[in-house]
Design a protein around this ligand. Structure first.
Ligand SMILES: [Zn+2]
Length: 427
């Protein structure tokens, strides 16, 4: 089916999504100043709504009339889990409201309220994000999705004949055998999508397989989107090599989607018409606090999403009015701690393994302050010399008293949502 026809049919099937996309594209054509002004207005609107209609905020914001936004209390994941009912707006139509679930990078499941309009807005936001790569509605996107509940019919990326019109194909990426990887690579070759979208770990494992088996990727590909996990530089390079196209990072979570998208110039732009993002020093980290500007059903205000990073000044050559940000470290529970009180970024550990192409999967697990484990799925065992170099690297970069234990596994277990965690700290 040709792209314009598919686009037309799809727009007829999802009028709300396309109307929202039109609005989002109009926002994108505003000046930086106008975007920020609109953001401030919407921020005030969402706080007022929360005070008036949401029991949790009515209680938490009591007596804070006139307080500056950055003095409002932070919303923690614990509060989302324990006060779920009180976070639903009292003017919500309970018959229309659904409960979504996220495995969360922390492995702790979290539930959140959403409805069809929120879902459509999420998809519209994703479409605008994809358009930053040069993709146009109607062009094919192949999703590699780990969470089983999302690939069921009626889930976020539900299948069915609608996929034909939508130019979408969803692959359930929970099992990573060589046979599966071969099947996925073949699917890309024959279906010839314009974009791929999936977890950094899934996309890079597939990239490794593609390079090892010398399977050429179709020239239809213009971008690969990495989401939900930290994207290491080494993974980005591997993927760009295998798929022979640009890799784009994307930041957001199920409960607050579309926080930031990478443009063709390699910068992450905060979708400031959908969210307000702060970077606040908490426990020695620059922690992101996100506020959804659109979610009146279940407002997320100053939500501690568990990631860190910085907001950047300046403009990007791509011309987007949306401000810039930079992902920091990672999810907070993936940090490794030392006896001296240092906190180390997972990238330090990932770097130690650069160039070891025999390794298919790995995971660092800190057991206590003096013990770290390296779980490997590897074509062959590391030589004694390589193992000694790794131990020396740990002594040099981490802690002179930390011992390394290397274990060989057939498979590294994933989180409930199918994510792969490269580094697991003591929490
Ligand atoms: Zn840009």
């Amino acid at each position: 089916m040709i792209r314009p026809l598919r686009h037309w049919l799809h727009a007829r099937q999802h009028p709300l999504r396309y109307a929202q996309l039109d609005q989002l594209l109009r926002n994108q054509s505003l000046s930086r100043e106008a975007v920020l002004k609109k953001q401030q207005d919407e921020l005030a609107g969402i706080v007022a709504h929360a005070c008036q209609h949401v029991p949790y905020y009515r209680e938490r914001f009591a007596g804070l009339d006139g307080a500056a936004f950055h003095d409002l209390p932070i919303l923690t994941k614990e509060a989302v889990a324990s006060r779920l009912d009180d976070l639903l707006s009292d003017d919500a139509d309970r018959a229309q409201v659904k409960l979504g679930h996220t495995g969360g990078s922390t492995g702790k499941p979290l539930a959140f309220w959403y409805d069809q309009a929120k879902h459509e807005l999420m998809r519209a936001g994703m479409m605008r994000g994809f358009m930053m790569s040069g993709w146009r509605p109607g062009q094919k996107v192949m999703y590699f999705w780990g969470a089983r509940h999302d690939t069921r019919k009626g889930g976020v990326f539900g299948g069915g004949w609608g996929d034909l019109i939508a130019a979408e194909k969803t692959i359930t990426a929970v099992e990573y055998s060589e046979a599966k990887l071969h099947e996925w690579a073949r699917a890309i070759q024959t279906w010839r999508p314009t974009l791929l979208y999936g977890y950094a770990s899934a996309m890079s494992e597939l990239a490794r397989y593609i390079l090892a088996s010398r399977m050429p990727m179709p020239d239809s590909l213009i971008g690969v989107y990495s989401t939900a996990e930290m994207l290491a530089d080494s993974q980005r390079e591997l993927m760009q090599h295998a798929y022979a196209c640009k890799v784009f990072n994307q930041y957001g979570c199920r409960e607050v989607p579309n926080i930031a998208w990478e443009c063709r110039h390699g910068h992450m732009h905060v979708f400031a018409d959908l969210v307000h993002l702060e970077s606040v020093a908490i426990e020695g980290e620059d922690r992101f606090l996100v506020t959804s500007l659109t979610n009146r059903l279940m407002p997320f205000i100053r939500y501690d999403i568990g990631d860190s990073g910085r907001l950047l000044d300046g403009e990007c050559e791509c011309g987007s009015p949306f401000p810039l940000m930079e992902m920091g470290m990672c999810r907070q529970n993936d940090l490794i701690r030392t006896r001296a009180g240092k906190t180390l970024h997972p990238a330090c550990f990932n770097r130690l393994l650069y160039g070891m192409t025999q390794i298919r999967q790995y995971q660092w697990v800190q057991r206590d302050l003096t013990r770290i484990e390296l779980n490997l799925v590897s074509a062959e065992r590391l030589s004694a010399e390589v193992a000694a170099t790794l131990q020396a690297g740990i002594h040099r970069d981490v802690d002179a008293g930390m011992t390394l234990e290397i274990r060989y596994l057939d498979e590294i277990p994933r989180t409930a949502a199918g994510k792969h965690r490269f580094v697991i700290g003591m929490g």
